[in-house]
Design a protein around this ligand. Sequence first.
Ligand code: IPE
Ligand code: IPE
Ligand code: MG
Length: 260
Amino acid sequence: MFDTLEGYIQPGTVEAELVQQIDFTRLPVHVAIIMDGNGRWARQRNLPRTEGHKAGSEAVKEVVEASARLGIKYLTLYAFSHENWKRPPDEVNTLWGLLHRYLSEESRVLMENDLKLKVIGDRKGIPYPVRRELARVERLTRGNRRMTVVLALNYGGRQEIIRAIKKLLGRGKIKEIDEEIFSRYLDTAGLPDPDLLIRTSGEMRLSNFLLWQSAYTELWITPVLWPDFRKKDLFMAIIDYQKRERRFGGIQPVEKSGRS
Ligand code: IPE
Ligand code: IPE
Ligand code: MG
């Protein structure tokens, strides 16, 4: 069981020092992560890219646990983009295989820790065995409340917006449309917008991630490659986030998170 941070963080460590700097009354509600740099991590070690992805799945487990223990309510992980199909079939197969394994192995951990799984992205394009496993774990964890782990799979922000428009058009005569109504047709319906978006490996771009939802998200980019990302990096991102002044276009700082 992931308890609180007690016992998880050893006194006198860098992590303990960082945790002391976190204001737990002002945590980001929703943290989203572009988990990038697996291939470069492997190349640095003269390993095949697929080894980087394997190491990356270990980082996923650590970040899920650390986020839940901190009290984050939503954690979104960009795991496979709509454009990642351009990669060699071997690499694509490894990525889906790892995902399948993660779901099978971690569904128990999700249940034990009251974590809910949700998928965003175009499900129809997800290989069938993975899609079936996703549906199983989503069903299984439906009633869990502590934190929602959102996996972005076969996901692209532009494609999501187009799918939303198609759904809207399918409903026949549209009398009214505004931001709130439109949001209900996105894959992220019901989720607050991300407060903090982390990208690893130093790339300064969104790569088609949460284009609509990240309008006022705080960005935090680290050169650390995803397989090396640890809880201390998550703590650093949150500390930096808490130093920012979010104005949402106004002139006064706004102490709020999410869409409402
Ligand atoms: C991120 O690492 C994982 C996925 C995109 C699925 P990359 O595989 O993109 O690693 P780099 O960017 O080539 O180093
Ligand atoms: C973004 O990383 C997608 C995921 C992390 C799943 P990419 O490695 O695919 O992005 P680009 O190609 O460098 O923009
Ligand atoms: Mg990359």
